[in-house]
Design a protein around this ligand. Structure first.
Ligand code: HEC
Length: 132
C-alpha cells in the first residue's frame, strides 16, 4: 500500500481576515476649532469718524458747563471752562482721550471722559467742531 502522502499545502488564503474596525476612541477633536477669531478691539490710533447728528443726544452732559455764557462753571467752584465750540475735531478727541486715559486730569472732565465710548468721543468732537 502506498501511502501517498499528498502534502498539498492548503494555502488558506486568509486575506479576507476581518479587521475589527472598532475604534475605541472617538476623535471628536478632529473638528477644526474655529480658526483665528481675531477680536478686533478697535484700538484706533487715528481719530475716529464722528457723527455730529448722533452727538445731539449726548451733549446734554456737556452743555451744563461748556455751553454757559462766559464759560464759567460754578461747580464745584467757580472756574473757567474752555470754549470747545469750533475747535478742531481731532484736537477735541485727543483732549477727551487724554482725560479718559488719565494723561490729562481734571476732576469733572476725567469722570465724564471715562464714561464716554470712543464713538461718543468722536461724535461729540464732530459736533463741537461744527458748532460756532
Ligand atoms: C462740570 C463741568 C463740565 C462738564 C459737564 C463738561 N466739561 Fe469739559 N471741561 C470742563 C473744564 C473745567 C475743562 C478744563 C479742564 C482743564 O483745565 O483741563 C474742560 C475741558 C474740556 C475739553 C478740553 C478743552 C481744551 O481746550 O483742551 C474738552 C474737549 C471738553 N472739556 C469736552 C467736554 C465734553 C464733550 C463734555 C460732555 C460730554 C464735557 N466736556 C463736559 C468742564 C466740564
Amino acid at each position: 500500500m502506498k501511502l501517498s502522502k499528498i502534502m498539498s499545502p492548503n494555502l488558506m488564503r486568509s486575506g479576507s481576515a476581518s479587521i475589527a474596525r472598532r475604534l475605541p476612541q472617538v476623535f471628536a477633536g478632529l473638528a477644526m476649532a474655529a480658526s483665528c477669531a481675531f477680536a478686533s478691539t478697535g484700538f484706533a490710533a487715528e481719530p475716529a469718524v464722528g457723527n455730529a447728528e448722533a452727538a445731539k443726544a449726548k451733549v446734554s452732559m456737556c452743555i451744563g458747563c461748556h455751553g454757559i455764557p462766559g464759560y464759567r462753571a460754578s461747580f464745584p467752584e467757580v472756574y473757567s471752562v474752555p470754549m470747545i465750540a469750533g475747535q478742531n475735531a481731532a484736537y477735541l478727541q485727543v483732549a477727551l482721550r487724554a482725560y479718559a486715559s488719565g494723561e490729562r486730569t481734571h476732576p469733572t472732565m476725567d469722570a465724564i471722559a471715562k464714561s464716554l465710548s470712543d464713538q461718543d468721543i468722536a461724535d461729540l468732537s464732530a459736533y463741537y467742531a461744527k458748532l460756532k
